[in-house]
Write a protein that binds this ligand. Structure first.
Ligand SMILES: [Zn+2]
Length: 98
């Protein structure tokens, strides 16, 4: 079980996406680690805009990833928006059934 950094609820890791930070000079880019191949620290998040926004409001990504500087999470937001085009709550269907 992992804890979502957005809503703080515990969930099975298969229900969460893993977010990792790529540091490029002074900029910390957050990206979804979709195939689980990235090394280092990860933050786990429900793949929803709601949990993402909660995590951003509380700066939970920086805390989970041990980054003190501001982070750029545009790539994560874009991924979630593509995944949730209507911001609709999941209806029990899974798109990541690989
Ligand atoms: Zn959540």
């Amino acid at each position: 079980m992992r804890t979502c950094v957005g809503c703080r609820k515990r969930a099975d890791r298969t229900d969460l996406i893993r977010i990792v930070a790529i540091t490029d000079e002074a900029v910390h880019l957050l990206v979804p680690d979709l195939d689980g191949s990235a090394t280092g620290r990860g933050a786990h998040l429900h793949p929803t805009i709601e949990c993402f926004e909660q995590a951003m409001r509380r700066r939970a990504f920086g805390r989970a990833l041990r980054i003190a500087a501001p982070v750029d999470a545009d790539a994560v937001r874009a991924h979630l928006e593509a995944r949730n085009p209507d911001k609709a709550p999941p209806n029990g269907k899974r798109s990541n059934s690989s």
